[in-house]
Design a protein. Structure first.
Ligand SMILES: Cc1ncc(C[n+]2csc(CCOP(=O)(O)OP(=O)(O)O)c2C)c(N)n1
Ligand SMILES: Cc1ncc(C[n+]2csc(CCOP(=O)(O)OP(=O)(O)O)c2C)c(N)n1
Ligand code: SF4
Ligand code: SF4
Ligand SMILES: [Mg+2]
Ligand SMILES: [Mg+2]
Lengths: 348, 619, 619, 348
């Protein structure tokens, strides 16, 4: 239903690109690293959404996760910035051409430890971007120290037991009035892919907290951040799919009364299929409630936790001209010569 | 090079002013008031009126780090000879704050005058000063102004008294009010009325016993009066600024505030939409990060800050340097280290700025001295940043940024915007052809160290690249190979050398027969010119080079070479520019001597003379 | 000063080694392996075995910024003469990574040897190299080790082959395993068994066709082998460290990791409770902030970081400088600017460290060269910080911090802990008496610029004060008075001068008749000593001063004065120490020449000689 | 009931100190500034709690709020640090002597703008301190720019309308697992004082978000941050009082069934008297709920929003010796001389 073109070596999508056109250089991550499986779903999502690679811009901080943007969308622009300070970099750049899609990749250390401040303020501004946290509950690149999302009481190689409660990325995003908050698990590639598609089509900031096991430094079964632990504790809120504009929703695919739709600005929809209890992703109150409950019960809740598709995004608030700012020419930028008198008159 | 000692294009002659009993247009007035009491309007009005009378004038605010209640001072200097630097003492002191009377009295020059609120009832312990009490409370009460504005009105009262006693033209005062109240007639008239009454009181009650007088001249015709931060904002606007992220910090905030105020006036798009964005960030790391992002993405981008903010920007500046991202950082210096004296001026961030961030970095630094240079460096810095694809730091200071300066008027940029080597779709296509298919973001195609760049949004399938602060080769690819790193460093050094030759050249002023050199920069300029005048009177001739940019052009080393010894005048403790000069010109370093101090006040000419002469005595 | 070229106390003579067909204990072995494959154990074991045979040895890891899968190199240098610096090429190269065979082959010295995994099937394009294929996969498979450990075991295989071919003592290998596995007998025995089998295979299948051989000596008796970061941690522990906050960053993390490992061993309180805390902070601003807080509150406090982290610490260091807070910052340098080459070595943070933070700041900087100095500066830095109530930066680098060095053993501190001028309740009472009731946190009672301090928790009613980064007087009170600011700056400068005389003095080594000076610091030391030896062979005699601390003591300027010209050798692009020397000694700056480079690799002696000689040719 | 000694010029508390002993230097804040009224309540609270001034240590960042520690407890140690980075300074110092009370003062800019990251991590560590945010919704010291807590749509002098949703300090503290979260209003001095007392007696981190009007730059009635606006929208959750160990609770003071007690580690109690609906400050779920509701309804909820008096604090986790670390002598700190051999054996 979602895929339009049969996959295969030479298959192309609606804009004539193959999956290979969405790939990057050879990965140097450890074999089995969750980050790579997310990278693959980014490739798939962009391929299926028929995105022009040049119209996607990648940003990242520093970490194994933040290295991963080289492994997808090799034709796209990207900027691998500073540890914990990617949001500001992406925010500034976003003003240059508001028609591009921003795909930001960060790690749990990059976002929740050093990056907490910038992350929160980026959410608060509803900066139009997809913000993926590849959350492995550990510092991969610096070899295994705990991060701010490591669960309390986990024993790490050289650092003893973690002393503090973990930061909940989704709760933080929600508290900062993010308009699209979701959680997923690298071990659930289909959900990851559909959430990435929905996030790309969301008009404001879209946060994906994706549990992404670090097979080298933090894959203990006792942790929610491992493949086994994540699988064992996963509580999906719903089945999720992004349905683009042109697709008819074949209602047969869903039992009546069990689906919820979220209309997005591009005309597409997020379709949520009920699993277990009813969950309303439009309610911020319910979102706080489920996160608090999950925290208490040690659940890995996944799915679309909160969405507000209509809130103005950062660019809307600045009332920018339609031409991308970075294509404006001298005549748009430098006031005409007679205005120098106006300037001098101000100095009296 | 012509023989000259001149000040901001104002001074017309080097001759001594005639000595006479009457002192006309050649003295300073200091207003001692209480912070937050609204005295700024009064002080600016007097300054503007004098300016409009054609007399060269400057205004310096010495204010506390406080919102309301602490003492604050404002000094207006009038100088028919165009010497407008800081003076340690004033001929006339106006005391509105009874608490500071004793301290203020001590700052009156011998033979000077003190005007004071008659709330002060104590003794006046100096015989060499003329004292005029002012019944400001009483006169303020007599107006029909609401009681909550009385504090403010007391200040307007002293305008009237001073105008009467010094001969300030009332019509000019009226015009000054018009400027201040932006034509709001009611405010203008009611304020002017207070001035009139106060003047009348003075006329009737005070007998002139001092020699100081203001008389019309024509030395400010066509000139402008303002502060450097506003000029910086205007300059940036004429430079086509598109993005600024900033975080409030004294004394730089008024750059961003001026952008907010002026951008809508100067840059309305046809459809009323904006061609720019000014974002208040959550801190300086974010402010510079956004600015780097915008610069990378092809926007003309600037941020403004002061010391503590600059310290926070260190990491991002290193990234921008190495990833070759254009952006401009105005650093309006205040006294540090640390929070220091946040409302006092200094030139203390020179070495830190030059060496900022870990590893081998090199920055282009511009240093304006005048209002006009703030405007010029406003637009030129954006050109230079894009041309060299690198951070440009502009080192202003509180004195220049927030105080009042006169200058020749701003001139429209004399050349088109320089967007540097930026390639859009078709340019890129041509470049790829030119290089037979070989194209890389960091390739030195022209041999000047400056590569070509594409920016996001470019739809050419070969335009994209992955920028990074990690080691990269000519094509932007990650590399750890020793030869790649070395090659990159060498190209960056070459780029810096390329820049050296085209940055704003130093300004040199010479006197026939001078053997001694002076090097200075930024806001010590006025005091240096005046000091040279005073030294000349003592028979000591000096040549003067004013640095306007780092890296130094070869004129700087040639200047040092030509002189027996060179004094580097600067407003910091460590002699920081002398340190930089020594590091950059080790073969000449032995010729340099330091005239450096910092205490929160600008340099006065007397102080420079004193510090220089004490070293001239040394063998 | 005695005539000497000696290396870490190891070299016994300056004489040439006898030239013979056999090359004994005087060559390098490079292991080319895959990151994350467990080759570290094998390399360390060989290095340790050689060390235990009494032969001077060093081990340098050239590794990628990657966790698993990329090529990585480890070079062991054996030198009977004690020259243990980096060599660009090796006599023996062991290739376990077929992908890098061609590149590795090129790094074998003419006449050298290549051992390689027989997975490589390609040609061997050099006739001047002896090649030994090794069936590592086959030999590894023959062991009864579980399949998931095979990769690791392949590395153990090459230990056996090398030991057999070079004559490494098998008993020493056994001991090296014991050291590595901390006595776990099962691991030791099973690894040793693999070594034995591989050796047997070599004995039976390889015919020795090269001249390189290892033979026992007694030059490492009583010496130690380790890396600088561990030594720094141990030194800090013997310095009584009580608090460390840190944030992970290569190459400094192992300082904190070593603290975590060693503190419980060395500092058990009677009741099993801790007399210290090591806190992993959320970033470097927080790490340094906590460390400043702890230092202020009277704890011996240290943080460790590298370039990007140092950039983030700029603002806090300025505060600590101005508020006079003791703390120690170890900066283990890597290649910058920006993220640069995070796993490669450099000395590129010298100017940034010296001038860090806005305003007029001055820092004490210590620069260790050896394992033993890491230990010594570990404890001395804490003494110096508290004595001078100021931040002390220790500039180490990746090479020193993470690579393997031999050295004379650590010595117990030769003097009691120096807690500086700290006053507890009774001390304060006495001080108040001594000063007739006048007591202030920043009063210069002794005329050395160092005030007395109290710390929180002190219950004396006059002990409390409000520390701040804003202008303050002798009593810690807020002030904006010009004279107060200037007085403070002058006292801080005096304190710096006081420090100059007592910091670790430079080490000077001279040769009779030398006219040329060399100044170096940190980890270029070994290469400099070897370069001097090589230069001497060319008839060029040099004297050598090794800087161990900034600000410079007067020995440094005297050394420069004594020489016609002085080469400053350093591992950065800009010649940063030369810049600092020029700024500090402008009268002598013209004598300085730069031997500076950075590409991620340590300096080799040959490279220094090459760069120095190319300048000697110049007039 | 709470005050033990009649106030008056020469009145003293149980340790023989007068109120003047708790004061600082003359204030240089604007007359009427909310920060000064908080300073006064700090004086009162410390006086009434019989604290030894030398046993209190003050920390602050930069701002008008952060200047205010000079205006109380003049005999105490204090450190006026950097803008937004006070939490780390206080945290490091706190290890030197865990017996002192830490009183940290910050502003809304200092905490929620530049200081977001350090604030959150300080909460997460349960650092034992009272953390007061003097929240005026504006940057006072730099003259009237908006801060991260300025309400959306407020018109500020030179900066146009604020574009973003305000940061909710209490919600942030709660999300980061703070163990004492309260809000008050400078216009309600009694509540401020009682909350300060309770906060001082809490063993972990205690956050007080106190609305503290800036009369010079942000006192518009339309804002919750003004005296009038705050008063108009205040919704107290309960009446609150701190009752020290020795006091008997005179049950008569409260109608039966309407009080809740929180037992603190020092033996004292926080007594909450019901107002309107029942509110349970032990429930994190309810705390999220009330903050979300207040946000929607534009209420200024005040009172003790959440408390967990039993969670281990930062120092507990480090198992420190009883002697203050900063009083340990060389013999406790430097290993004995024979240990040098152990050190050398490690280097082989
Ligand atoms: C300012 C700064 N501090 C520290 C580092 C070192 N560093 C690099 S990556 C990293 C942590 C990465 O953790 P995370 O974001 O969780 O990414 P992961 O590797 O786990 O995917 C750190 C501390 C740095 N690069 N910059
Ligand atoms: C690094 C840094 N950036 C900026 C400043 C300037 N600054 C001083 S106080 C302040 C804002 C204070 O606002 P808030 O914390 O709300 O305190 P208030 O004055 O409102 O009480 C700013 C931006 C600074 N001191 N340091
Ligand atoms: S170390 Fe962990 S996070 Fe990094 S690449 Fe390996 S598995 Fe992934
Ligand atoms: S400016 Fe505002 S916050 Fe600052 S002292 Fe004045 S009223 Fe208080
Ligand atoms: Mg991680
Ligand atoms: Mg505020």
């Amino acid at each position: 239903m979602i895929e339009h073109v049969v996959d295969g070596a030479k298959a192309t999508n609606q804009i004539g690109l193959t999956r290979a056109d969405y790939r990057g250089v050879q990965s140097t991550l450890c074999p089995g690293c969750g980050h790579m499986s997310i990278a693959n779903q980014i490739v798939n999502a962009c391929y299926e959404l028929n995105l022009v690679p040049e119209q996607v811009v990648k940003f990242s901080g520093i970490g194994c996760s933040s290295k991963s943007p080289t492994y997808f969308l090799g034709r796209s622009f990207g900027f691998n910035g500073l540890h914990g300070r990617m949001p500001s970099l992406a925010t500034g750049a976003s003003f240059a051409d508001t028609s591009v899609e921003i795909l930001a990749i960060s790690g749990d250390g990059d976002t929740a430890s050093i990056g907490m401040g910038q992350f929160k303020h980026c959410m608060r501004r509803n900066t139009p971007m997809v913000y993926i946290v590849e959350n492995n509950g550990v510092y991969g690149l610096t070899k295994g120290q705990y991060s701010a999302t490591t669960e309390q009481g986990i024993q790490l190689r050289k650092y003893g037991k973690t002393k503090f409660m973990p930061v909940d990325i989704c709760l933080e995003a929600l508290a900062s009035n993010a308009t699209f908050v979701a959680r997923s698990f690298a071990g659930d590639p289909k959900q990851v892919k559909e959430l990435i598609k929905a996030a790309i089509k969301h008009s404001g900031v879209a946060v994906l907290d994706i549990i992404s096991p670090c097979v080298t430094f933090h894959n203990l079964e006792t942790s929610l951040h491992s493949y086994v632990g994540g699988k064992g504790h996963e509580v999906p809120l719903h089945d999720i799919a992004y349905v683009p504009l042109l697709d008819e929703i074949t209602v047969d695919d869903f039992e009546t009364g069990t689906i919820k739709e979220v209309a997005l600005h591009d005309g597409g929809h997020i379709v949520l299929k009920k699993l277990g209890e009813d969950y309303d992703p439009f309610s911020r109150a319910q979102a706080f409630h489920i996160l608090e409950e999950a925290h208490r019960k040690n659940w890995l809740v996944t799915g679309l936790i909160y969405v507000d598709p209509d809130e103005k995004n950062l660019h809307d608030l600045f009332n920018l001209v339609d031409t991308p700012l970075n294509r404006l020419k001298e005549e748009h930028l430098r006031p005409p010569s007679d205005m120098i008198d106006v300037a001098n008159q101000l100095m009296q | 090079m012509e023989e000259s000692i001149a000040n901001a294009g104002v001074a017309t002659s080097l001759g001594c002013s005639e000595v006479s009993r009457e002192v006309v247009n050649d003295f300073s007035i200091t207003f001692s008031t209480i912070n937050g009491s609204g005295s700024a309007t009064a002080n600016l009005t007097i300054m503007r009126a004098i300016f409009k009378m054609g007399i060269p004038v400057s205004g310096k605010n010495i204010f506390p780090s406080n919102i309301k209640g602490l003492p604050t001072w404002f000094t207006i200097r009038l100088s028919k000879d165009g010497f407008l630097g800081y003076t340690e003492k004033s001929e006339i002191v106006v005391v509105m704050n009874p608490q500071t009377f004793a301290r203020d009295l001590a700052t009156v020059k011998p033979g000077g005058v003190i005007f004071y609120t008659d709330e002060y009832k104590g003794p006046i312990e100096r015989g060499d000063v003329v004292a005029y009490p002012m019944p400001v409370k009483k006169l303020a009460k007599e107006t029909d102004i609401p009681a909550n504005l009385r504090d403010y009105i007391e200040n307007v009262v002293y305008i009237g008294i001073l105008a009467q006693m010094l001969g300030i033209d009332f019509e000019r005062i009226y015009q000054a009010f018009e400027t201040h109240f932006q034509g709001k007639k009611k405010a203008v008239d009611s304020n002017f009325e207070v001035v009139r009454r106060a003047a009348k009181w003075a006329e009737e009650n005070l007998e002139k016993r001092d020699p100081y007088r203001v008389a019309p001249m024509n030395l400010t015709d066509g000139m402008i009066l303002g502060s450097g931060n506003a000029a910086a904002a205007l300059g940036s606007i004429f430079g086509g600024i598109q993005f600024s992220a900033w975080y409030p910090i004294t004394p730089s905030s008024s750059i961003a505030e001026s952008l907010n105020e002026y951008l809508p006036m100067f840059r309305k798009a046809a459809d009323g939409k904006a061609t720019y964005a000014v974002v208040q960030a959550e801190d300086e790391i974010s402010a510079v990060g956004m600015t780097v992002g915008a610069g990378w993405a092809g926007l003309r981008a600037m941020t403004a800050t002061s010391g503590p903010g600059l310290s926070l920007m260190a990491e991002y500046l290193g990234l921008a340097y190495y990833a070759e991202v254009p952006l401009v950082v105005w650093n309006v210096q205040r006294v540090g280290p640390s929070t220091g004296l946040p409302t006092r001026t200094a030139q203390g961030d020179v070495t830190f700025s030059y060496f900022i961030s870990h590893g081998d970095t090199k920055y282009i630094i511009l240093i304006p001295s005048t209002l006009k240079e703030c405007f010029e460096f406003g637009w030129q810095s954006l050109d230079i940043a894009e041309r060299f694809q690198t951070p440009v730091l502009v080192l202003s200071d509180l004195d220049l940024g927030m105080n009042y300066w006169i200058s020749a008027p701003f001139e429209y940029p004399d050349r088109p915007m320089d967007r540097g080597k930026i390639l859009w779709e078709e340019d890129l296509e041509k470049m790829i052809e030119r290089c037979q298919g070989k194209w890389g973001r960091y390739l030195d195609v022209d041999g000047d160290g400056i590569p070509y760049r594409t920016v996001m949004g470019n739809r050419h399938p070969r335009s994209g690249y992955f920028a990074r602060g990690t080691g990269h080769d000519d094509f932007g690819k990650y590399t750890e190979l020793p030869e790649d790193w070395e090659k990159g460093m060498k190209r960056l050094a070459l780029k810096f050398e390329t820049a050296r030759a085209v940055l704003p050249e130093p300004e040199i002023r010479t006197l026939q027969g001078a053997q001694i050199g002076i090097i200075a920069y930024g806001t010590t300029h006025d005091a240096v010119e005046e000091a040279r005048y005073l030294l000349k009177k003592e028979g000591i001739l000096t040549n003067y080079l004013r640095i306007r940019a780092l890296p130094f052009s070869k004129e700087v080393s040639q200047f040092v070479e030509r002189h027996q010894r060179v004094y580097v005048v600067e407003l910091n403790f460590d002699g920081q520019m002398k340190q930089v000069l020594s590091a950059e010109m080790p073969m000449l370093a032995h010729k340099l001597r330091s005239v450096a101090k910092v205490d929160g006040m600008p340099f006065s000419a007397e102080c420079i003379v004193r510090m220089l002469l004490s070293q001239e005595e040394r063998p």
